[in-house]
Each structure stands twice: as structure tokens, then as C-alpha cells.
Ligand binder design. Structure first.
Ligand SMILES: C[S@@+](CC[C@H](N)C(=O)[O-])C[C@H]1O[C@@H](n2cnc3c(N)ncnc32)[C@H](O)[C@@H]1O
Length: 348
């Protein structure tokens, strides 16, 4: 690792990659963060006032700017909509993939290539045509890479968020890749040197992270991540009576004693199903009634805790609750990414 370790954070959002670098204890300077979202950029600047944030589409920026970064590590979490299971899965054909395709192309053109790359995306990316384009380019310009599918449950965080991760290091002989056959779908579920709970897998090799931790009492309980709120403080997190009555049952409901929550997405509180768990503060799920008094949403702070954001992370006062959920839903598991960063930079 060079004494001055320079990092460029593409698609920086609220700084999940930057927090992960700090969590991994990697002495570094984030020389530039890139994102088009004004609200996310405000949160980023609030937490990292010294970092220049560039509010422009990555693909509209001149080559000279990327060259001038002289970054040792490029981190990136490109938009996931082209690859989500719920979406149209148009992959590289999707307009929202354009900036990432630009970065893939940039890797061949930029003279001062980063030594390390860390990329994060939704589970589903691994089946896309963009993956093949990305891998082919990495091999062509001299990177060695490893691909992962990991979930924070494996680190005993009670939050399920399966994501695709790619780590790459510039230490291979560049070579042409005539076809994709040499990119078999082999994804790691462990990180060398880290202690992760392995997922369960069936006879066909399908992995199930939730099943993998069923018998692991060391997965932490939700209550460790909760704020203690007064009645007034919890008021904004109450469910709408109509939602509770009509759609209460479609929510994923957990208690403070639970050892899992489901993935919090940007649609949390807006849609009932598949966007994140709700909390039943008293009684047993499915046995005791959920009432307006004993049921609430997780707060943005609690979602951040479950995703591994440190206590220093804060949202500016003018960020609405809804914006907080949206931004966090788009962000990443700091607990998992810091383990990957540590491995990439120090041991891979
Ligand atoms: C999956 S989120 C990444 C979130 C980030 N890792 C974090 O910790 O918050 C993708 C981000 O890419 C940004 N984005 C999308 N298209 C972009 C483009 N063409 N140029 C720059 N940023 C873009 C979005 O505004 C969004 O914040």
C-alpha cells in the first residue's frame, strides 16, 4: 500500500464506501466523490466536509479529470435498477447502465489505472450482460478479480441484504478474452481471513443465507440496534391506522428479540411488502395483535445501525424521514464492505 493512498468514490451517495474505508482502518484520502443526487451529496458533505463532491453525470466528465485523480482505489456502486429482480432486467440496454459502461470503457483508456477496484451491486447483477463486459475488460487491461455474494447476517448483523461484490487488483498480465465461457458463475461466500457464517445450500447449489444462520445464536438481536424513543419521539414512526388494518399482515414483522430483519430498500414505509421489516414492540408475532401502540417502523438511525454505519454518521437536520429511508435503502452494508476492503487492500 503506498504511503499516500488515494481513493475515488464513484456513485458516492451518502458515503457508504467512505465509512467502510474508515471502518477497515485504511489510512487514505478520498480525493473525489461523484454523484448526481443533490440530497445524497448534502449528506455526504455533512459527514465528510473535506472531500470534493462532483455533482455531474460521470459519463459527461472529461478524460483529463479521471487521469488527474491518480487514485489507487476506485470504489463504485452503480445504479442497480437495470439488474434488480423486480425490474425489467434490461442490463446494459438500460439507460441507467450508461455511466457504468462508460467507466468500463474508461478502464482501458485511462493511463493511470487504479491498483484496486471494489464494486457493489444487487444480487442479480451476476446474471447480467454487464457483468460479462466488465470482466472481459478487467482481464484485457490486466486485473485479477474475485466475485462474491455475501450477506451481513454472515457477520452476525440481524439484517439480510444479499449483494454482489467484485474485487479487482491490477497485477495480472493483460490478455484478450475471446468469449465469456471463461467466466463461470462461481461466487465466494467467505472472505479469506475473515470469519463469516457460511450459507446453507441445497443439492442444486442454491444458497440460502437466512437458513445458514437459523441455528446461530450469536447473530445479534434487533434490540442492540434500536433507539429508545419516548412516546412523542416515536410518533413519526407509527403506522397509518389504515395501513395497519388493511396491509398489516403483508409486512415482515420482527420483535426486539429477533435475530433478523429483511433488506431495507428505498421504498421503505411507502410500500408494505418487501421493503423492510416493521417492529412489534410487545408480544409474539402472529400470536398477539399488532396495535398502533405496540407497532412501529424502524427509524432511519436504526436502519443505519443495522447496516453497520458508525455512530458518527448523521443526517443533516433538514433531511426528511422519507429522504433518510431512500438514501439508506440505496446505500450499502458498511459491515460487509469494510471486511472486503481490508482483504482487498491488505491481502488479496
Ligand atoms: C446504488 S446508489 C450508491 C449509493 C452509495 N454507495 C451510498 O453509500 O450511498 C447509486 C448512486 O448513483 C448515483 N448515480 C446514478 N447515475 C449516476 C451518474 N450517471 N453519474 C453519477 N452518479 C450517478 C445515484 O444518484 C445514486 O446515489
Amino acid at each position: 500500500m503506498p504511503s499516500e493512498f488515494r481513493v475515488a468514490e464513484f456513485y458516492s451517495g451518502i458515503g457508504g464506501m467512505h465509512f467502510s474505508l474508515k471502518e477497515a482502518g485504511i489510512e487514505s484520502e478520498v480525493v473525489r466523490a461523484f454523484d448526481i443526487n443533490t440530497v445524497a451529496n448534502e449528506v455526504y458533505k455533512h459527514n465528510f466536509p473535506g472531500v470534493p463532491v462532483m455533482q455531474r453525470s460521470i459519463e459527461s466528465l472529461p478524460m483529463s479529470l479521471f487521469e488527474a485523480l491518480r487514485a489507487d482505489l476506485w470504489t463504485m456502486s452503480p445504479p442497480c435498477q437495470p439488474y434488480t429482480r423486480q425490474g425489467l432486467q434490461k442490463g446494459s440496454e438500460d439507460q441507467r447502465a450508461k455511466s457504468f459502461l462508460f467507466i468500463i470503457d474508461l478502464l482501458a483508456r485511462v493511463e493511470r489505472k487504479p491498483t484496486y477496484i471494489l464494486m457493489e451491486n444487487v444480487a442479480g447483477f451476476e446474471k447480467s450482460d454487464t457483468r460479462a463486459l466488465f470482466l472481459r475488460q478487467l482481464v484485457r487491461v490486466g486485473y485479477r478479480f474475485e466475485e462474491y455474494l455475501l450477506n451481513p447476517l454472515q457477520l452476525c448483523y440481524p439484517n439480510s441484504r444479499t449483494r454482489y461484490y467484485l474485487l479487482a487488483k491490477l497485477d495480472a498480465e493483460p490478455r484478450e478474452c475471446p468469449n465469456d465461457a471463461e467466466f463461470p458463475a462461481r461466487f465466494r461466500h467467505d472472505v479469506p481471513g475473515a470469519s463469516l457464517i457460511p450459507p446453507a445450500s441445497d443439492s442444486e447449489g442454491h444458497v440460502d443465507f437466512e437458513k445458514g444462520v437459523w441455528h446461530h445464536d450469536e447473530v445479534r438481536q434487533v434490540k442492540e440496534f434500536m433507539q429508545s424513543l419516548t412516546v412523542e419521539e416515536s410518533a413519526p414512526y407509527r403506522l397509518n391506522p389504515r395501513v395497519l388494518e388493511k396491509h398489516g399482515y403483508v409486512h415482515d414483522v420482527v420483535t426486539p428479540e429477533s435475530r433478523r430483519t429483511c433488506c431495507f430498500t428505498k421504498g421503505y414505509t411507502h410500500y408494505a411488502e418487501g421493503t423492510g421489516s416493521i417492529l412489534q414492540l410487545e408480544g409474539a408475532v402472529g400470536k398477539d395483535d399488532m396495535t398502533l401502540d405496540n407497532t412501529r417502523y424502524f427509524t432511519p438511525r436504526e436502519v443505519a445501525n443495522l447496516m453497520g454505519f458508525p455512530a458518527e454518521f448523521t443526517l443533516p437536520e433538514n433531511t426528511s424521514i422519507r429522504q433518510g429511508y431512500r438514501l439508506l435503502g440505496n446505500s450499502l452494508s458498511v459491515s460487509i464492505v469494510s471486511v472486503l476492503m481490508d482483504y482487498l487492500v491488505r491481502r488479496m
